[in-house]
Design a protein around this ligand. Sequence first.
Ligand SMILES: [Zn+2]
Length: 116
Amino acid sequence: MDDLQQVLLAKRSVLRAALNKDVEFLRNAPDTEDESALCAAQMETNELSRIDAALSKMQDGSYGLCEDCGKRIPKARLEALPHATRCLSCQLVSEGEQPLDDGPNWERLAKVEDEE
Ligand SMILES: [Zn+2]
């Protein structure tokens, strides 16, 4: 799990830097019509809180367990999405979708999670 912690810590510092930049931008241009900076800042804030949650789960030993069914989240999913808090089927159910039969689509899932 230590390698995933490294991944999360690295992601966190990248996100923090990006968030600081966006916040700085918004501060200097409070009347901006550019909603993309606002969206980006929102997304980065959400992702940072998920990463922090994942890191604190690593501290208390509950990292990698699905929040809904309590089963261990497959390592491949955690490697693709280190801050995942649900296994794939619970994630899909929570989004009101049927679990996929044709295998996971990580790229799509990552996008869906970002919109939470
Ligand atoms: Zn589950």
